[in-house]
Structures are given as C-alpha cells and as structure tokens.
Design a protein around this ligand. Structure first.
Ligand SMILES: [Zn+2]
Length: 165
C-alpha cells in the first residue's frame, strides 16, 4: 500500500526521516506494479486497483469474488522483520504508524465480517521471484475458491428456472 496522503497524515515534519519514508513509499508502489504484472501473466484478472470501498481501499479488489488483496509496505505497516522507527520526530512517527496499524486490523476485521476474503502480503515477501510466485498463488487460491463458491450458489437457481417452464 502506498503511504497515506498528506491530508491524512496531518502535520508533516519537514525532516529527513519523512523523505526517507517517501522513498520507501516509492518502493512499495514499485512492488505493487510488479505484483499486478505477475497477476496479469498468470491470467488472474477482473480486479480493480486501489478501489475505494466503504470498507477500506484494497490494493487489488476482486468485487465479484469478494477478495481483497493488500500489499503491505514494511515501513508503513510496521513489518515485524524490517520495521525501524525513524530517529527523528519519534513521537510523530510512533503515533502515525500506530494509527496505520490499528486501521489495518480494523479494515481486515470489517472486510471479513462483510464476507470478504482478505489476503495481506508483506512487501518484502514479493522481492524474490519465489516469493512473488507464492503471493500470486495465494491470490489465485482465494479467487478460485470464491469463483467455485459463486458457481455452486448460482447453479440451483438455473435448474429451478428449467423446471418451472
Ligand atoms: Zn518486511
């Protein structure tokens, strides 16, 4: 996921750490593009990018199948392996990132409650070819399962229509 827009962050400290964070944000979008391209090559389509829903804004959103995919940047989403708090503006970052983390959890919970399958992928996980393949497989598995479920749900109705004719 990309870094939050300035309006969401509020007061932005004019500091070096913010610039560093922006660079990290650019790297996040780079891997988002790479994931999009891998999905495309695997013929996994029918999603929308960064689609606004009332339940948040998944990076890849399969509306029909109700599958939401988030690619979480290691910095903005506080990855347990790579996250490091910037040395300056510590209070600002601590609060901003804690808010992000809380929002992630809330979003996931709300989407699941709404019947969505939520796939959250760490940005670091798609930096290798093998990792990207695993991520694509996770998305494919979720979408396939949902497609089969949709088919099962629609079939009985189709039969009923035949009988009443
Ligand atoms: Zn990480």
């Amino acid at each position: 996921m990309s870094p939050p827009s300035s309006s969401r962050v509020g007061k932005i400290p004019p500091s070096r750490s913010y610039n560093m964070a922006r660079v990290r944000g650019d790297m996040d979008t780079l891997y988002e593009r790479k994931l999009a391209s891998s999905l495309w090559h695997r013929r996994i389509r029918g999603y929308r990018r960064r689609c606004k829903t009332h339940l948040g804004r998944p990076d890849f959103c399969f509306h029909r199948e109700k599958v939401a995919v988030f690619l979480d940047g290691c910095f903005w989403h506080c990855c347990p392996l790579h996250f490091k708090l910037p040395a300056t503006n510590v209070d600002f970052w601590r609060k901003t990132l804690a808010d992000n983390r809380a929002r992630d959890l809330r979003q996931t919970r709300q989407l699941r409650r709404g019947g969505w399958v939520v796939v959250r992928i760490w940005n670091h996980a798609v930096k290798t070819e093998a990792g990207m393949l695993r991520a694509v497989r996770r998305v494919a598995t979720a979408v396939d399962a949902r497609t089969r479920k949709l088919r099962r749900e629609t079939r009985p109705h189709a039969r009923r229509r035949v009988f009443t004719r």
